[in-house]
Design a protein around this ligand. Structure first.
Ligand code: HEC
Length: 217
């Protein structure tokens, strides 16, 4: 387990370093005689960060969770390890579900960013959230979530939180596997809170929110 956490730490450091390099590049290039700040547009930075996060989540699902013999109490065809991927992993001998692994990484990333003086953050949100901390938090997130559910496409815009301006992007998180649908539709919290919401394959189930702090102009 601590090996996995170390892996997330290493990846998070890499991600923050990437963000730092982009900032430095933007400052270095913007400081010349040109009036215009030259750098990588925030849309593109958000796309890079999202690609990294999505790739890590898929790699963890395919190469770790899929090797476990059990997923939330059910036997799996291709499992080879006597281990269970389960929401209650902390109190059992199990390993976290992909969404939980994602949140663990996001919490560590927030700590690292804070240490580095950055307000960079990312997280999974959904209006049909199982975990309370993953509900859309403010008007921007609610509007972005509605747009993503309607179009199935990313939503990107600037938002102001206190004194800080962010470029924020919400990417759709879709039901790409039957397991997404069955696990969520049958989860006790889902059944209690959203009895009428029955996910189908390819539905938008939520989104990945990425907040990039932007220098005020
Ligand atoms: C075996 C059960 C299971 C499977 C399979 C599963 N999830 Fe989840 N999912 C959960 C649980 C439990 C949470 C809450 C985890 C936490 O505490 O952060 C969650 C969280 C989420 C969230 C954040 C909102 C929330 O509900 O708190 C999204 C979005 C999400 N899952 C989408 C997906 C998608 C897309 C897939 C398939 C690629 C998937 N899930 C597969 C159980 C599952």
């Amino acid at each position: 387990m601590s090996y996995l956490l170390r892996q997330i730490k290493a990846k998070t450091i890499a991600l923050i370093s990437l963000a730092a390099i982009i900032c430095v590049t933007a400052i270095a290039c913007g400081g010349g005689s040109s009036e215009q700040a030259v750098g990588i547009p925030p849309e593109m930075v958000a796309d890079y960060v999202h690609t990294t996060l999505a790739a890590d989540r898929t790699a963890y699902t395919q190469h770790v969770v899929n090797r476990a013999k059990k997923l939330e109490g059910k036997e799996k065809d291709k499992g080879v390890l006597e281990i269970e991927a389960t929401e209650g992993w902390e109190n059992t001998d199990g390993i976290p579900l992909p969404a939980q692994m994602f949140r663990l990484g996001s919490e560590i990333a927030t700590d690292y960013a804070t240490e580095a003086g950055l307000t960079f953050s990312y997280n999974l949100i959904s209006p049909w959230n199982i975990n309370d901390s993953q509900a859309p938090k403010n008007e921007f997130e609610k509007k972005a979530m509605d747009a993503v559910i309607e179009t199935g496409k990313p939503y990107k815009d600037y938002q102001q939180v206190g004194d800080q301006t962010y470029f924020s992007a919400l990417y759709p998180d879709k039901a790409v596997a039957e397991a997404c649908v069955t696990c969520h539709n049958t989860h006790p919290i889902h059944l209690e809170r959203y009895p009428d919401k029955v996910f189908k394959m390819d539905d938008v189930m939520g989104g990945v929110m990425i907040n990039l702090p932007i220098e005020k102009t």
